[in-house]
Ligand binder design. Structure first.
Ligand SMILES: Nc1nc2c(c(=O)[nH]1)N[C@H]1C(S)=C(S)[C@@H](COP(=O)(O)O)O[C@H]1N2
Ligand SMILES: [Mo]
Length: 411
């Protein structure tokens, strides 16, 4: 086995002395089993292999982290954050990348951990304070990365039962832990990676074995990616047998995330006495389905892009939200709206439509989908559909819209 020298962090002054303090070595009698010298005879492991896997992981995990933080900000925007309504499919691309790179990370992380796990049994376990801190950092990184990948896969597979916490909150909090630990890890390892990648090997043995392992890792990542990406790149659906969702399978040729029965809204949605309440600074109106149908109708071709990674484009027809905003006395160019579902519980019964999306003429209160009246599972009688927005914010079975604007519009 090729020995990887452990990096020695060199902080200055007082910290330097503390970091370099030698720790007492444990008694040799404890050195048994995997702690023995030469316990891992595989010659395929090398600093070069670990470095190459590290570069691949930095790319896949890095894209996954950036697109993940972006998705979180779109769903829970801090004050300084703005997200445009165009291009209409941008979120579909960023979230497709998040899920695809997250899934590709699974085999890459597996092989990378295989390439370094003998170091778990390094002897002595910690030479200096700096060495102990570095090992602790790696432990945090591995735990956080595994947590993210496993909880993400559960979510993509829509298998929520084994998670004892609300997925989105746990996945988001641990993401910061993973990002912090990864930055420290990159800082510590970068010099080693550069040296390992520069070094030229002459012996063919280790090089061949390394290539076999790298080839296997690349193949596994490719199979996972191609096998699942069809859930969002629909022309590839036929070659994506692993995709957990078929975006075109469902009523009106579109997958359903939550059915009307599942949301407990069937009776309210199908009630002939249905009214959509629209409240604004000027007035409040209660519109029947006939009233909504009598307003000017517009059509837009827009995707539903679920955070879980599937997406599909559909043709939607209905009333522009900006027209409804003007109807209740708001300035449609400078207003935001809160839309609420007939659904009484559930996390996705309401969402906020920020000014760029409210203003957009393609943001519709849709009454029709792919040429027919909305199926009840797609949000009959009326649902929101807006460009460049996560699926969780495309609220179905609307019961109330509250428009807020600073200035009053002329209507
Ligand atoms: N009221 C309500 N609207 C909702 C949801 C929900 O649970 N309740 N789920 C959302 C999610 S997560 C997605 S991906 C889209 C899916 O829309 P579809 O079922 O019409 O394909 O609906 C959204 N609208
Ligand atoms: Mo979704």
């Amino acid at each position: 086995m090729v020995h990887h020298p452990d990096p020695v962090v060199k902080p200055a002054g007082r910290w330097h002395r503390l970091a370099d303090r030698q720790l007492p070595a444990p008694p040799e009698t404890l050195r048994r089993g995997p702690l023995r010298r030469g316990a891992f005879p595989s010659r395929a492991r090398s600093a070069r292999l670990t470095s190459q896997l590290g570069v691949a992981l930095a790319v896949s995990f890095g894209i996954c982290m950036l697109t993940g933080v972006l998705s979180h900000f779109i769903q829970h925007p801090p004050g300084w954050f703005g997200w445009p309504s165009r291009p209409v499919g941008l979120y579909r691309v960023t979230q497709g990348l998040h899920v695809a790179t997250g899934l590709a990370t699974v085999p890459l992380l597996g092989v990378k951990l295989w390439s370094v796990y003998p170091r778990l049994f390094a002897w002595p376990p910690a030479r200096t304070v700096a060495h102990a801190a570095e090992r602790l950092g790696v432990a945090v990184l591995v735990a956080a990365a595994l947590f993210q990948v496993v909880s993400g896969v559960f979510n993509v597979a829509r298998w929520y039962t084994p998670l004892p916490f609300f997925f989105t909150a746990g996945h988001y909090r641990v993401a910061w832990l993973a990002i912090g630990a990864l930055l420290v890890h990159l800082g510590v390892k970068l010099p080693i990676v550069r040296a390992a990648l520069r070094r030229v090997r002459t012996a063919t043995g280790p090089r061949l074995r390394r290539r076999v392992v790298l080839g296997a890792a690349a193949t596994a990542a490719g199979v996972v990616t191609l096998g699942t990406v069809g859930q969002t790149v629909t022309p590839l659906a036929a070659v994506s047998p692993l995709a957990p969702r078929r975006p075109r399978e469902g009523p009106q040729g579109l997958a359903v995330n939550k059915t009307a029965a599942g949301a407990g809204v069937r009776d309210a949605a199908l009630d002939p006495g249905y009214r959509l309440a629209v409240a604004g600074p000027g007035r409040t109106v209660a519109l029947s389905l006939a009233d909504l149908t009598a307003l000017p109708q517009h059509t837009a071709v827009l995707p539903i892009a679920c955070v879980e990674g599937w997406s599909a484009t559909a043709t939607w027809t209905g009333v522009r939200l900006r027209d409804l905003a003007a109807l209740v006395g708001a300035d449609p160019d400078d207003a935001e709206a809160v839309v609420e579902s007939l659904q009484t519980g559930g996390r996705y019964r309401t969402s906020t439509v920020p000014p760029p999306h409210l203003r957009d003429p393609w943001t519709l209160i849709a009454l029709r989908l792919n040429g027919a009246v909305l199926h009840v599972d797609h949000g009959y009688p009326a649902r929101l559909i807006a460009p460049n927005r996560p699926g969780v914010l495309q609220t179905k079975w609307l019961g109330r819209i509250t428009v807020r604007s600073d200035r009053e519009g002329g209507s």
